[in-house]
Ligand binder design. Structure first.
Ligand code: CUA
Length: 358
């Protein structure tokens, strides 16, 4: 290979590399980060992207150069030269990728290990994922240790003292220890601005540590295909300053423990609106039946409205509205505390009759 060819290859490589770098940097691939843990993840992201750009430049420059330089004339139908291996090249293309992939694995493992450390002053939030809703529970500060594979708020003695919400409210700059499990199938918790993802598994508690650094509202996504309503399994992470967070928690605690508007609170806290439409709650989900039509559906099922609503919550497969698949509604709402279940039933009966939102 003479010098002219090498110079041309290097120039091509630099041009292609600059092009790829521009694509990587100028297009905002990720939203602005909003957690401490995002820094580690972003470092891994750029480390891997950098390696990819270098490999791309080498491969693409050789490919482009070869296409231009060694193009066969239109009437040349002869075979190419047979090539019988080249030990030097084979060593390079084995050792090179081995080193690069090992480096990526080590950098990723270090980043994840750092992010997984739970600080002593972390605030515990329990997360339950179910088809197709998120539930966030805030155990009292003195909740007894639930052991490895149980959430604090799963304990009977603690349950009624947990503040429950369908949205993830967080104070800014406080390390949060999310303890998560699934009720049915695999789900995966992800807030793009927080960067790190974690799966939710049935029967096992997984951990995610997040320290939000920016006040704002972000989207909570499920990133594991979990069934028909997977794309609707969304919620919000609301990061506010400590005083606002404390105020919200106090208000939410009062609502959970009963009273007039309790039914609407139970509806919101359990994420019912992510699958169902209900005008009174501004809910527009379409995975499950329209709850504004409950009286019609009860008639079709030949059951009195209130009994029908209650049965549909605690034993959802007893009657499934035609046009909707069986077995999609979680059976776990049978475990709602009695006052909450009663409040929810009353709320749905009133709202679907057009009785307003109270
Ligand atoms: Cu839960 Cu996808």
């Amino acid at each position: 290979m003479h010098r002219g060819a090498i110079v041309r290859l290097v120039v091509l490589g630099i041009v292609l590399g600059l092009g790829a770098t521009a694509v990587a940097i100028l297009i905002p691939w990720l939203p602005d980060s909003a957690s401490d843990q995002a820094e580690e993840i972003d470092f891994v992201f750029w480390f891997v992207t950098g390696i990819c750009i270098i490999v791309f430049s080498i491969v693409a420059s050789i490919a482009v150069y070869s296409v231009l330089k060694f193009r066969a004339p239109p009437d040349d139908d002869s075979d190419g030269l047979p090539i019988h291996g080249h030990t030097g090249i084979e060593i390079v293309w084995t050792v090179g990728p081995f080193v690069l992939v090992t480096a990526m694995a080590i950098v990723s493992a270090v980043a994840l290990a750092r992010n997984e450390k739970v600080p002593d002053d972390a605030m515990v939030v329990n997360v339950v994922g179910r088809q197709f809703a998120w539930q966030f529970m805030y155990p009292p500060a003195n909740a007894p240790d639930p052991g490895e594979n149980m959430l604090e708020c799963d304990q009977e003695a603690v349950k009624s003292r947990c503040v429950t919400s369908g949205q993830l409210h967080l104070p800014v700059d406080v390390p949060i220890h999310l303890r998560m499990r699934a009720d049915d199938v695999l789900h995966s918790f992800w807030v793009p601005e927080f960067r790190q993802k974690q799966d939710l598994l049935p029967g096992q508690v997984t951990t995610l540590v997040i320290t939000p650094t920016k006040v704002g509202q972000y989207e909570v996504l499920c990133t594991e295909l979990c069934g028909l309503g997977h794309s609707t399994m969304r919620s919000a992470a609301i990061v506010s300053n400590r005083a606002e967070f404390d105020k919200w928690k106090q208000e939410a605690g009062k609502q959970t423990s009963g009273g007039g508007g309790a039914g609407q609170a139970v509806f919101a806290q359990n994420g019912c609106g992510s699958c169902h439409t209900l005008k009174a709650a501004n809910a527009t989900g379409t995975t499950g039946p329209d709850l504004d039509k409950l009286p019609d559906e009860a008639r079709q099922a030949r059951k009195p409205l209130e009994a029908f609503v209650r049965e549909s919550i605690v034993n959802p497969d007893a009657y499934v509205q035609p046009g909707y698949p069986k077995g999609v509604m979680p059976k776990t709402y049978a475990g709602l505390p009695k006052e909450q279940l009663d409040a929810l039933v009353q709320y749905l009966v009133r709202s679907s009759k057009g009785g307003g939102s109270r």
